[in-house]
Design a protein around this ligand. Structure first.
Ligand SMILES: [Zn+2]
Length: 337
């Protein structure tokens, strides 16, 4: 069985917040004649997305063709809108979470839905997470890597993480990709650097702060997966470890647990396009699952995890390890079993 733990959906319509608020950072959707949708942000085309983003039957047919059994479905990060008025963001979250529940209902055996929440207002985020888990029966929650430029480890977010742990809710940390937020070095290269470099660094910085904080010590049962192989985190973890050792020697470390040890509590997906990078990630993190960014053009592996099938054929990896990545680690991450 193959479980793709990192895919996205996009509803064919959204609440008209750009119009009602006059702020064009709110995404708007235009339906095209061929069934694709254009996501518009700040008056420009942000993404053109195939109908498989919002039509369950079309998605299931493609999943069959690509030999993938289950999709973990998540909102698209441009809709997180943590920058927005919390009540307006909550409206967008509720709309998307309701849409997600309907999507999952089309085939609950093959679709696993994650919620999105207004993380800039932790009390509202707890409220919507609770609704999504208890009423909509969504399995987990997707979080942007930063909230208004601040880290996820901050004290004001602790009630949210506490609620997630108590609701037995896995967390998926995904970088934001808001065009207005990148600096000029990144922006001038468009997707060439936003997607390939800025987003993976954003994830690494977010997770790095988690590993230096006491979040995972305070809430040891949290199950967290990082997008895109944890970004650049695997490569820089030893540097973080060195800094932590020096800080500890000076009595400045927040926790008594080495960040490389805490990293063993995290899962990452394999969305690095590189078997060697995945090998390093597997050495650094507790678990690896499959991830593709379906249906976006970040997707390359068809079927997901084919890099491990090929490695098995050349004797570089054992079949038990391949099955762990394709399904067993995903089940542990998603459902704690
Ligand atoms: Zn993604």
């Amino acid at each position: 069985m193959r479980i793709d733990c990192h895919t996205h959906i996009f509803p064919q319509q959204l609440p008209p917040l750009a119009r009602t608020t006059g702020d064009e950072r709110w995404p708007a959707v235009k339906l095209n004649g061929d069934g694709s949708i254009d996501v518009m942000v700040q008056g420009s085309l942000y993404r053109r997305i195939a109908a498989t983003a919002y039509v369950p039957s079309a998605r299931l047919a493609e999943m069959d063709r690509e030999q993938v059994d289950k999709h973990v479905l998540m909102a698209t990060p441009i809709t997180f809108a943590y920058w927005g008025d919390p009540k307006a963001t909550l409206e967008l979250c509720r709309f998307q979470n309701d849409f997600m529940a309907q999507f999952v209902a089309a085939d609950p055996e093959r679709f696993i839905g994650f919620a999105t929440v207004p993380l800039q207002e932790p009390a509202l985020a707890v409220e919507e997470l609770t609704r999504a888990r208890r009423e909509l029966k969504l399995a987990g929650v997707e979080l942007g890597a930063t909230v208004r430029g601040l880290g996820l480890h901050r004290s004001e977010l602790r009630p949210f993480f506490k609620a997630a742990m108590e609701l037995d809710c896995p967390l998926f940390i995904h970088p934001l990709n808001e065009p207005w937020a990148w600096d000029e070095r990144i922006k001038s290269w468009g997707m060439g650097l936003t997607n390939s470099m800025a987003m993976p660094h954003e994830t690494a910085m977010s997770a790095g702060a988690l590993l230096l904080s006491d979040l995972l010590v305070q809430y040891p049962d949290l199950r967290i997966c990082l997008a895109h192989g944890g970004g650049s985190l695997a490569a820089v973890l030893p540097r973080m470890g060195h800094q932590w050792e020096m800080r500890r020697g000076r009595g400045e470390a927040v926790t008594g647990v080495h960040p490389m040890e805490l990293a063993r509590k995290l899962w990452v997906d394999n969305l690095t396009y590189d078997y060697e990078a995945c090998t390093l990630c597997r050495a650094r993190f507790g678990g690896m699952v499959l991830g593709t960014d379906y249906p976006f053009d970040g997707r390359r592996e068809r079927p997901p995890g084919i890099m491990f099938d090929q490695a098995l054929e050349r004797g570089a990896i054992g079949s038990a390890e391949v099955e762990a990545i394709k399904q067993h680690q995903a089940l542990r991450y998603l459902f704690g079993r």
